[in-house]
Design a protein around this ligand. Sequence first.
Ligand SMILES: *[C@@H]1O[C@H](CO)[C@@H](O)[C@H](O)[C@H]1NC(C)=O
Ligand SMILES: *[C@@H]1O[C@H](CO)[C@@H](O)[C@H](O)[C@H]1NC(C)=O
Ligand SMILES: *[C@@H]1O[C@H](CO)[C@@H](O)[C@H](O)[C@H]1NC(C)=O
Ligand SMILES: *[C@@H]1O[C@H](CO)[C@@H](O)[C@H](O)[C@H]1NC(C)=O
Ligand SMILES: *[C@@H]1O[C@H](CO)[C@@H](O)[C@H](O)[C@H]1NC(C)=O
Length: 350
Amino acid sequence: MGFNIALLCMPLLLQLVQSLIIKNSQPSCNLYEGTWVYDESYPLYDASRCPHLRREFDCQKYGRPDKDYLKYRWQPTSCNVPMFDGKEFLRIWAGKKIMFVGDSLSLNQWQSLLCMLHASVPDATIKSSGDTIDFSSMTYQDYNVTVMYYRTPYLVDIINEKIGRILNLDSLQAGKQWLQANLLIFNTWHWWLRSGKYQPWDFIQDGNTTLRDMDRTLAFSKALATWGRWVESSVNPNTTKVFYQGVSPSHYHGTDWGESYTKSCAGEMEPFMGTEYPAGPVPQEEVVKSALENISKPVHLLNITFLSQLRKDAHPSSYSGIKLRMDCSHWCIAGVPDVWNSLMYAALLS
Ligand SMILES: *[C@@H]1O[C@H](CO)[C@@H](O)[C@H](O)[C@H]1NC(C)=O
Ligand SMILES: *[C@@H]1O[C@H](CO)[C@@H](O)[C@H](O)[C@H]1NC(C)=O
Ligand SMILES: *[C@@H]1O[C@H](CO)[C@@H](O)[C@H](O)[C@H]1NC(C)=O
Ligand SMILES: *[C@@H]1O[C@H](CO)[C@@H](O)[C@H](O)[C@H]1NC(C)=O
Ligand SMILES: *[C@@H]1O[C@H](CO)[C@@H](O)[C@H](O)[C@H]1NC(C)=O
């Protein structure tokens, strides 16, 4: 009898020992510390086959002549990033909803995830809805997984009042709609610097004070604090995981990577290969850090800033399907956002 029980327990014991070994061999790996390595097996998919891809990210289609930028894999210093497995991802999230919330950098990551999933399940039955500038949703019906994009460049609300459009740093009405999701990935920063005709508000409201303008980094930090209070009061960690997509860097000035100020990402065909980025961290990363430290519920910082800083070669530049100006802030797809999603996948598995 005793012998039989011991036999029955063997697989369990083995599993326990194995999991201890795996834990010990990977002492709290920092996924975001590492280097880019050239990898012939990249990109993860052929973007020309991705039916979801918007023209602003479709660099190859809009004439980008070089392809090396597609061939870099992120290699963390002390562990490996598991290969993204779209089927496994859909199985894990079956019956659940995923929502990217924020500005067009969220759109960028959402688009990448759709293309990565398409590469894994090209024949999936997808029901799409929304598809407006503000909201898009794709449901993978065989798995009952919905992947959504909710556009809100500041996270906090812009409210139309008699005196004009008010950016209210304390108001987060849209939050109600985010709560349907079981995985939320937030981001905001790029719009905080906009002014003149690119600024979609007339006043800022901070508490009971209405202002023409204020320090933008301070405004950003107040909005993130509002968002943090919302996470604290509204998100149920039993049913919903929260990620924050860190500041996505732009490459408009070569001085950031040790070249001349007038140089932009145009014509850049290789990553910056140093181990430290000459410009140093983006100052607003500190704001994100303290906002997240203030939240007691689990929020994972998808710390894409440093690894993306190294990728001056990976922006659409003039090969975007919407020719507004040189685009050195979004990212080509396939490309860097695929790595963001792979790192999110890794963080979700661990
Ligand atoms: C993000 O990761 C980089 C590289 O490891 C690190 O220098 C930086 O402090 C991290 N940012 C935050 C906000 O934690
Ligand atoms: C699909 O998932 C949603 C939650 O996202 C759930 O409400 C619904 O019942 C599910 N449908 C099926 C057919 O399982
Ligand atoms: C804003 O005004 C209301 C009503 O006058 C007052 O009750 C509240 O304390 C004020 N809030 C702040 C932050 O000053
Ligand atoms: C941290 O939380 C407190 C209490 O809600 C708030 O007053 C403060 O502004 C927050 N700080 C940051 C950096 O978010
Ligand atoms: C989350 O789950 C734990 C353990 O089951 C439970 O004690 C707690 O009340 C739950 N929290 C919420 C907000 O539902």
